[in-house]
Design a protein around this ligand. Sequence first.
Ligand SMILES: C[S@@+](CC[C@H](N)C(=O)[O-])C[C@H]1O[C@@H](n2cnc3c(N)ncnc32)[C@H](O)[C@@H]1O
Length: 358
Amino acid sequence: MNIYQADIQLAAARHLRWMPDSIVVTEDEITVSGWALSLWDGHDQQRFLINGVDFDQVEWPIASPDLLVPFGDVPRAATSRFRCRHRRADGRNLFPDGFARLNITGRFGEHRLSYRTAWYVADPAHEQDMPSPGQIERVIGAGNLPAFLFGGATIVKRFEQLLLERFDRPLSSFQSILDWGCGAGRLSRYLSLVSPSVTGIDIDADNIEGCARTLPGARFMQVGLMPPTSLPDEAFDLVLGLSVLTHLDEPVQDAWLEELRRVTRPNALLMLSVQGLAQMALYGTPLELHLEAHRKGILDAGANSQLQDVIADPSYYRNVMHSPDYIMTRWSRWFDVLDIIDGTAGNQDIVLLRRRTD
Ligand SMILES: C[S@@+](CC[C@H](N)C(=O)[O-])C[C@H]1O[C@@H](n2cnc3c(N)ncnc32)[C@H](O)[C@@H]1O
């Protein structure tokens, strides 16, 4: 066994634990299929839960020889797919607070930290207008609308739970929220349901125009590739930046961290995501790249062509990896780095930062 490879796979089994690849909600039922990894629990100990209650029907385990490629060192990876179904019987509200919470746990069920592996689906009856497949593809790499929606709902709900866990603060307690690199509004569409003051900014003019047209509960603004923006000083007390710094080289990163410092209030909180081991496992990132990122601290793995039709400089948008030690030291020039939480931002890691008062 290659111990480096095993470390990456363990991160997926520990921190992602499971992922849906399809969630379908109809008039009559919800069906979910995907894969689930477990290190210590036997197959007979897995529980498949919706809003904390066991699914009506579970097919598990289903053969998954394809999972041997990313997770070959994880026990039982070849039999780790599932399909579950839950009916909308009388009196059952599948979306109690507007969302259904899906989770796979060991035999003890959910606990205080289970939100970190839960996936959330918003009630389709209350969804707002949708972006086009092309707009979605530019931000998640595929024009998959259901994955865009459950990914966005999940990240917002997990961020909300993290803020409650660490600071006892609901999203609604923040006065002004910045969705930095909002893309096609994956987070803003759900943030704007709980906060009247969400601002989304992005360098992608087409996505900004689409968000402004379809999501009336937030405001949107195109920004240039390099700061400063026209946003006022100390405008925000919460900033979310999902998979933005995973695309900027070091000089651009530093300039934007400086800008985020300028536009945040003292004690503001920031949650910026980076590519960690869990995502590397999922994407099959070559081990050598991970080792190089770890040793250098920040690794620019090359240009990313996803924005080539919408930005003037095709070399701007990169694929970038960071090491935790680098983040802890470099980013603390601008913010207190409070924590890095593995695999919680969809499949990326969350860096939790606080703006200093000086
Ligand atoms: C991987 S996408 C993620 C989009 C969105 N945060 C989400 O999770 O769906 C990265 C986004 O960051 C935007 N972006 C890249 N550099 C940026 C910058 N310096 N300022 C604002 N947005 C930026 C891109 O246009 C793109 O929409």
